[in-house]
Design a protein around this ligand. Structure first.
Ligand code: PRP
Length: 215
């Protein structure tokens, strides 16, 4: 895809929220992921293609130049902590928070804190900065189960409406970071495909400013 600009987009909520934004930037996929098994989608621009990828894999594709740009949550970038890509734009969509949550009855003790999360690097950094000894337990989903099941004292996870925490008897203890969707760019593509990459950054940047004003 040497002459194309390829944009890797996270599956799921980020994709759902970024499709309308891309459409406002006049980039429209020819088919939607729900109705196809195709992982590379053509768009109304002959030279722009979208790759539909699991969120954790978006930075990998962009770092290695398998995609020129990526659209991915800040949570994934915080966990990855890569110096190998540019992050020129906060798109201001799919906003949520990364928080620490536990059962309302939970009280701090002298025992080593057990933290269940899929964001193990973020959790380790967060507690290390406070000098708190932790055992971080890696999970791949349904983190909210861990405290009630006795697997962990607390979780580090994303919260949007707070419904999932409430439904599982958990309360927010602290916010670690505000999260939103970011545009990332491969470093070589920024040089070699400068004009189309800058055009994309400027177009999405205008819309991101609108999103910010509406928030
Ligand atoms: C995310 C997150 C929480 C939930 C929070 O999960 O991990 O479980 O959304 O949303 P709420 O505050 O509006 O209830 P998601 O559904 O994205 O799936 P995941 O477990 O695969 O991350």
């Amino acid at each position: 895809m040497k002459n194309c600009l390829t944009i890797a987009v996270s599956k799921g909520r980020v994709f759902d929220e970024c499709v309308p934004m891309l459409a406002r930037a006049n980039i429209v996929p020819d088919i939607y992921p729900d109705s196809t098994r195709k992982l590379v989608l053509n768009t109304n621009h002959a030279k722009i293609k979208l790759m539909i990828i699991r969120s954790q894999d978006v930075p990998t594709f962009v770092e290695h130049g398998a995609a020129d740009c990526g659209i991915v949550g800040k949570d994934i970038l915080m966990e990855r902590q890569s110096d190998n890509l540019y992050e020129p734009l906060d798109l201001g969509i799919a906003r949520c928070r990364m928080v620490v949550a536990s059962r309302s009855s939970w009280r701090e003790t002298n025992k080593r804190l057990k933290v269940a999360t899929k964001y193990v690097n973020v959790a380790r950094r967060f507690y290390a900065a406070r000098g708190v000894q932790t055992e971080v337990i890696k999970l791949y989903g349904s983190m909210e189960l861990a405290p009630a099941a006795g697997l962990a004292d607390c979780i580090v996870d994303l919260v949007d409406t707070g419904d999932t925490l409430a439904a599982n008897g958990l309360v927010e203890r602290e916010t670690i970071a505000d999260i939103s969707t970011r545009l990332v760019v491969n470093k070589a593509a920024m040089k070699m495909k400068h004009a189309p990459v800058i055009e994309l950054i400027e177009n999405l940047g205008r819309l991101a400013r609108d999103n910010k004003n509406e928030a």
